[in-house]
Design a protein around this ligand. Structure first.
Ligand SMILES: [Zn+2]
Length: 512
């Protein structure tokens, strides 16, 4: 090992041919390359993404290892000497962060500070601190007031030469939780947890993922001050599947049934929508969500009209609850009028639908004696839900509350959706479901995985599929990251604040 390796390592950061370096071992570019051909960077995001790409692996683990061998003070001193003392603050502040002049200046300073390094450890320290520096400089760009002008309304992630670069959203809900309970993140060594911008996968199998930025109205600008008072309603109704639902059943090729629900009997539907009207009228309601397969399309329209009429300033959004609908009922230009979807709507305070929520996987009611009371037809034979799953767009909403996802029931437990939510660092997940056991088995396992992978809070509103009141008939639950105890409710229209849901769940409240 000698100077030539050190020299090549310094050049390989910007080399076009270099896809893998291991800094502390002086493993630079491929041997036959002289690293004279540089990558072409068109923006600071390109430059940052390339640096992130080179560090987001064992190099960052090496950095953390070195940090453990020195005190924070010593590391800071080294970083100052090698990097920060060489940054001309005034010159840097003179350019706007997304200008070419700024990029040129950064590249010049980067080359200079790397060139001054005497050892591989120094190079690592400089490279990582450059990333931190740029991440901090760029973080303001994510904010509401700057967002549109820098990224365009829908330009997230930002395309770069190293792939899509996404930013972490400041989540007021997460910040609030951290005040309650120190969140010990099992993934603390991941570079993406230390910076505001990180690379994500370009594509995912079976799902198309897009991001939408929604600036909540100005009244929420100081949301951090009252996050704990935000109020949620897990809205539902005591329906009997046997007496209130109109079921459509066909024989399937495998000897079982294919089923869908055609409607809910009108008297019950009326009770349900009237109850919605009264619940929505309560003063401080910020979120209301109804469960899966409880809101036929006419009831969805009624709910939306109610939201329009009541003009509730405090409403952040509502989820209508889903039902089986024909494409002809919801689309002006249907591909197939009779095709059936399990469909709900996410609605803003003005009553505009901001998201058409489709279920993308189906569920099966397994034959069992337990079905005797509510769905006796499925005692002898199993039933497969009849719903199309060709609409496979997941939209993630970036808001002041954090990055939000909406899902219907089994989509949460489908194998690859959690990978998407973790890769894109989602903060809040709203799930509407119809299951006898939302607080057990697979649902809880996925909630725990999400809380560990991206610290997501999950709010779930459930239709237990039975009018019986009892322990198993859960209507709502909330899972908070790394807090073992769940918030659960059997109530069908009660309103809870976030603080109430957390009360008794955290270690501090339990006196531990
Ligand atoms: Zn090279």
């Amino acid at each position: 090992m000698g100077n030539s390796e050190l020299a090549q390592l310094k050049k390989s950061f910007l080399c076009k041919n270099c896809n893998k370096i291991r800094i502390v071992q002086l493993q630079a570019c491929v041997r036959e390359c002289d690293c004279s051909e540089e990558l072409h960077f068109t923006s600071i995001f390109d430059f940052y993404a390339n640096l992130y790409f080179h560090l987001d692996n064992r190099n960052y683990a090496d950095y953390e290892t070195i940090c453990n061998e020195f005190s924070d003070e010593q590391i800071k001193e080294k970083a100052d000497g090698l990097l920060f003392h060489h940054l001309p603050e005034e010159a840097l502040a003179a350019y706007s962060v997304n200008s070419t002049d700024y990029l040129q200046l950064i590249m010049k300073l980067f080359r200079k500070t790397v060139a001054n390094c005497q050892t591989a450890d120094d190079i690592l320290l400089v490279a990582v601190n450059w990333l931190f520096y740029l991440s901090n400089t760029m973080k303001e760009l994510r904010k509401l007031q700057h967002h549109d002008s820098y990224f365009g309304r829908n330009l997230a992630p930002i395309p770069t030469i190293r792939g899509p670069l996404l930013y972490r959203v400041d989540s007021s809900i997460k910040a609030y939780l951290e005040r309650f309970e120190a969140i010990v993140d099992p993934n603390y060594i991941l570079l993406r947890k230390k910076v505001y911008f990180f690379l994500v996968r370009e594509e995912y199998p079976y799902y198309n993922v897009t991001h939408k930025y929604i600036g909540l109205s100005k009244r929420w600008a100081d949301i951090d001050n009252y996050v704990g008072n935000l109020s949620f309603c897990f809205f539902s109704h005591n329906f009997s599947l046997l007496k209130d639902y109109i079921l459509s059943v066909k024989d399937s090729d495998d000897g079982n049934y294919i089923f869908s629900f055609t409607n809910i009997r009108s008297r019950k539907r009326q009770e349900y929508t009237e109850k919605f009207q009264t619940t929505l009228a309560k003063a401080e309601l910020n979120f209301i969500m109804a469960p899966e397969l409880s809101t036929p399309i006419d009831s969805q329209r009624y709910m939306i009209d109610t939201i329009k009429q009541q003009k509730k300033k405090n409403l952040i959004f509502a989820i209508t609850g889903s039902f089986h609908v024909r494409e002809g009922d919801i689309s002006l230009h249907p591909q197939n009028r009779e095709r059936i979807y399990n469909y709900a709507q996410v609605v803003n305070q003005e009553g505009s639908t901001i998201y058409d929520l489709y279920k993308m996987n189906r569920f099966i009611i397994h034959k069992s004696d337990k079905n005797q009371a509510e769905l006796p037809i499925f005692v002898e034979k199993s039933g497969t839900e009849r719903n199309a799953y060709d609409k496979r767009d997941i939209v993630l909403f970036d808001t002041l509350l954090g990055r939000i996802a909406f899902l219907i029931c089994v989509d949460l437990i489908n194998f690859s959706i959690d990978e998407i939510l973790i890769d894109r660092q989602v903060d809040v997940v709203f799930v509407i479901s119809m299951t006898p056991n939302p607080a057990g088995g697979k649902f809880i396992r996925k909630m725990q995985e999400l809380s560990e992978g991206c610290g997501a809070v999950v709010f779930l509103c459930n239709n237990p599929g039975s009018a019986k009141i009892g322990d198993e008939n859960l209507r709502g639950l909330a899972h908070f990251p790394l807090i073992k105890k769940l918030f659960k409710t059997h109530e069908t229209a009660r309103i809870y604040t976030l603080e109430e849901m957390l009360y008794g769940q955290t270690r501090a409240d339990r006196g531990e």
